[in-house]
Design a protein around this ligand. Structure first.
Ligand code: HEM
Length: 120
């Protein structure tokens, strides 16, 4: 129970920080954006630690026959972290790629769908 709350809190905060950092890079707020980006990276670790811990628990539980959905959920979570990082680094360099945002929103919808509806 603690892990799931820590997990949801960390990805929720990460999403907010992601958008704030994105805006800061867009405004060329040099040092400020760097600090927010660093806090966001710490949150990635919190997401990975809590998600990874729960995932390990599920994978070693002999009572769970079908591990597919939880593995897909984990992979989608990894993809989300990767996309947030790619989008920010590209924004920092002054590049912007529409496709990354398409992937970002599709992955977000899918990860929420898997987290809340498939896994319940
Ligand atoms: C930004 C990235 C992520 C988002 C938005 C996200 C979202 C979610 C959501 C919505 C849930 C369901 C919460 C609930 O039932 O109250 C969840 C649970 C879970 N997530 Fe993530 N997650 C992310 C990253 C990850 C990563 C990287 C992993 C694995 C390495 C992971 C593994 C898990 C596991 C194992 C559960 C438990 C499912 C259950 O008990 O029903 N997540 N996540």
């Amino acid at each position: 129970m603690f892990m799931i709350h820590a997990h949801v809190t960390s990805w929720f905060l990460a999403l907010i920080l992601f958008f704030v950092t994105y805006m800061l890079y867009k405004k060329n707020a040099g040092k400020k954006s760097k600090i927010f980006h660093m806090i966001l990276r710490v949150l990635y670790l919190a997401i990975l630690a809590t998600g990874g811990h729960m995932l390990a628990g599920y994978l070693t539980d002999p009572g769970i026959v079908n591990n597919g959905p939880i593995i897909i959920k984990g992979v989608l979570g990894l993809v989300m972290i990767g996309l947030m990082e790619i989008i920010l680094v590209q924004r920092k360099r002054g590049e912007g790629r529409l496709m990354n945002w398409v992937f970002f929103w599709v992955s977000l919808v899918l990860v929420l769908f898997y987290g809340y509806i498939v896994l319940g």
